[in-house]
Write a protein that binds this ligand. Structure first.
Ligand code: DGJ
Length: 731
């Protein structure tokens, strides 16, 4: 059984295939964290928190009412509460009607069930009864009647534990929640590095790794979106952990809004990791009888380095986070008109792009920004009126265009930005108070838009109706859901004064409701998430939309870094990647067509250019790229990724994908910058069968698995931007 409660020792053992997590009830009352790491056999001596504090606490007595502050100051708490003698960052902070913030959460019971319950209104990992087991531990503050339920789901095959928290006001007076973290883990060690994925627009998810210093190291978002700037993922690992060896503890929050991820190295040389909704500008009124559900945190343990940690995240997300018809691939190769025309297109031009794309082998044309209203020739044009098609550009409407595309055997995809509107839209004229704002105060416009207030049910229903009407009006089989601003001047006309600080989380609940409704109403439509590129690349969005536009930066050199960093937590099947024109529109860098194709073929492949501007050689190369991708896309989409060489360590990158059946191996190599007189790079593969023979498809040359892994293959690095995708077949 994955979850075992040992009554005699008051301990919960949560076992995955290769890891164990232990919670212990101090005096049967206070949950302590005893262990998280490699599997521990079920034999004496059992690990307990005291194993780590042999002398200091053996004399512990049960006088919990009057605890010594030194003792509580470093007790490994499973869910630390604000206001106690523990002076580190809390996971939970609430205020009672009398203004006090002090409580004692004590264990009152638990249940263990097979499978995994759904989280009300929130995206989450899902699993069947035979795939997971869930522990729900009930803690209660006796004096106020406040209950806190800690939920742990164990997915043994993935070495994953998911955690979330439900709070129920069982008292007779209001409670104000000020922080409800989803997970908190007290580690008994201090020698950790923290790995984060900071970035920027067009430079998302770069890898940053630093040793923990005393104090709190935090990354967060206060933007109303998980953001370009940080990602709700982080990993902790001993400083000698590498890509292929050592322990790694990965944390990821299934949430698209403001998050806080922190690691506190304290004076006792212990580390507390915390992950959850950002307490910044958050407070939630819980009236008697009401409950609050936190988002879910995913925790992955690896004892084989960061590469194995990432593969576990990837497998979990492919199998238990993504949903719908396109969960396992089967997605069209597309051509998008954005970088080809920007706002300046006609039906004729779009059909020409589609024809060019079709010749290359594309299966779908995406019509990007600018198809609606009557004069959106740039960012100043109105936005928000999805029911008004620009008849100057599209005289036959969306249906006319869609029918013509379908007649040439191309599918039709459409761009929306449903969370914003501009002041020159009809929608704003009708509902000026539907924006997020505080009356009488200035508002920050981004790209000339204001944020629609998704905390209001009527706004959500309006969006659902207008988008549904458009999707019903034409043969649309793909939607690109863009969001190009963040939340500022947070205020809502729909919320009472005492609930104003619920806006940011209520916005996310509204967004998830809209996404859930639309994606289940249109199960055949492939939805792609986007937020000015990868400004909301997170598991919340991926639960509804199985792929996300990874970045607005389509320069392949930049993309190598972005895709490498993104792969720390997210699988290739989720990363949209397109070939665009050279010189690149974001970096102005010129790159070979081959490099652009090779980098994009490591993700969800497509094009984003005007085929009329391509040379004949490029068209021929594009045909070969599409044919290659169609032949091998399942290896990329469903295979295991091995990051062989990191561009963050040298001006070269190598990625390897091994098919699910282990018979096909794709080796991607990229020279970023060349160096004079440098020897070829020997790229050593991983994860192969040592004794098997692998045939290089291009040359027919045969290699043993051991040779490929120990000697490797040589790649010239005498010129910038050399790239190659080699295919090895197991004989
Ligand atoms: C930002 C997106 O990331 C781009 O791909 C494009 O759709 C533009 N918005 C359109 O305004």
């Amino acid at each position: 059984m994955p979850i075992v409660f040992k009554k005699d020792t008051n301990q919960f053992f949560l076992h995955t295939d290769r890891s164990t997590y232990v919670i212990e009830l101090l005096d049967g009352r206070i949950p302590l964290h005893a262990y998280w790491g490699k599997t521990l056999p079920d034999m004496p001596p059992l690990v307990t928190w005291k194993s780590s504090f042999p002398s200091m606490f053996l004399a512990w007595d049960t006088g919990l009412e009057d605890v010594d502050f030194i003792t509580t100051g470093c007790l490994p708490l499973e869910y630390p509460v604000f206001g106690s003698g523990d002076m580190r960052d809390p996971a939970f902070h609430a205020q009672f009607a009398d203004g006090s913030r002090v409580m004692r959460l004590e264990y009152v019971g638990h249940t263990v069930t097979d499978g995994k319950p759904k989280l009300c209104g929130l995206p989450a990992i899902y699993a069947n009864a035979d795939e997971a087991q869930t522990l729900e531990m009930h803690l209660k503050d006796e004096l106020s009647g406040l209950s806190v339920y800690l939920l742990y789901t164990v997915l043994p095959a993935y070495d994953v534990i998911t955690r979330s928290v439900r709070v129920v006001n069982g008292g007779t007076e209001d409670v104000r929640l000020l922080q409800v973290a989803s997970a908190s883990v007290d580690f008994y060690d201090s020698q950790f590095d923290m790995l984060n994925l900071p970035g920027m627009w067009a430079r998302e998810r770069q890898i940053e790794r630093r040793p923990l210093m005393h104090g709190v190291q935090r990354t967060d978002s206060k933007r109303g979106a998980s953001s370009h700037y940080q990602n709700p993922f982080f990993a902790l690992m001993p400083s000698d952990t590498t890509e292929t060896a050592g322990e790694a503890f990965g944390f990821n929050l299934i949430y698209s809004g403001d998050f806080l991820a922190s690691a506190e190295l304290d004076a006792h040389e212990m580390v507390r990791a915390t992950l959850g909704i950002n307490p910044y500008d958050f407070s939630w009124l819980l009236t008697p009888g009401e409950d609050f559900q936190s988002p879910e945190a995913v925790m992955v343990y690896s004892d084989a380095g960061l590469g194995e940690m990432s593969r576990k995240f990837h497998r979990l997300y492919r199998d238990h986070l993504l949903r719908g018809k396109y969960q396992h691939g089967n997605r069209p190769v597309l051509i998008n008109n954005w970088e080809g025309t920007y706002w300046d297109f006609t039906e004729e031009k779009l059909l020409e792009i589609a024809k060019g794309g079709k010749e290359m082998g594309c299966e779908l044309l995406v019509l990007d920004d600018g198809w609606f209203d009557n004069d959106r020739l740039g960012e100043l044009g109105p936005i928000g009126d999805w029911d008004i098609v620009d008849k100057k550009k599209l005289p036959n409407g969306l249906k006319g265009l869609g029918d013509k595309l379908n007649a040439m055997d191309m599918k039709f995809g459409l761009w929306f930005e449903p969370e914003v509107f501009s002041m020159n839209s009809e929608l704003y004229k009708k509902h000026p108070d539907w924006c997020i704002h505080v009356e009488g105060r200035p508002r920050t416009k981004w790209r000339h838009t204001l944020n629609l207030d998704y905390s209001r049910p009527e706004v959500c229903e309006h969006v659902i109706k207008t988008i549904s009407d458009v999707l019903n009006s034409a043969p649309i089989s793909y939607v690109k859901w863009d969001y190009n601003r963040n939340i500022s001047e947070a205020g809502s006309k729909g919320l009472s004064p005492e609930r104003q600080q619920e806006l940011r989380h209520r916005y996310m609940l509204g967004l998830y409701y809209v996404m859930e409704t639309l994606t289940s109403r249109f199960p055949d439509v492939l939805f792609e998430g986007c937020s000015g590129g990868g400004g909301r690349f997170d598991c919340g969005i991926l639960h509804y939309m199985p792929q996300i536009w990874t970045s607005d930066d389509t320069d392949p050199e930049e993309r190598i870094y972005i895709q490498h960093g993104t792969s720390m937590a997210y699988p290739a099947i989720a990363m949209s990647a397109h070939v665009s024109a050279s010189p690149n529109h974001q970096t102005f860098r010129a790159t070979p067509f081959k490099l652009r194709g090779d980098v994009a073929m490591a993700g969800q492949f497509g094009y984003e250019l005007d085929p009329a501007k391509m040379t004949d050689d490029e068209i021929t190369a594009a045909k070969e790229q599409v044919a290659f991708y169609k032949k091998y896309r399942e290896v990329v989409q469903l295979g295991d990724l091995y990051r062989l060489v990191s561009p963050f360590e040298e001006p070269f990158a190598a990625w390897e994908y091994i098919a699910e059946d282990k018979n096909t191996v794709l080796l991607y190599t990229f020279v970023i910058n060349s160096k004079p007189y440098v020897a070829p790079k020997r790229v050593k593969l991983q994860g192969l069968d040592e004794a098997a023979v692998y045939v290089d498809e291009a040359t027919g040359k045969e290699y043993s698995g051991a040779f490929l892994m120990q000697v490797g293959v040589a790649r010239e690095r005498t010129a910038d931007h050399l790239s190659e995708i080699a295919v090895f077949r197991k004989k």
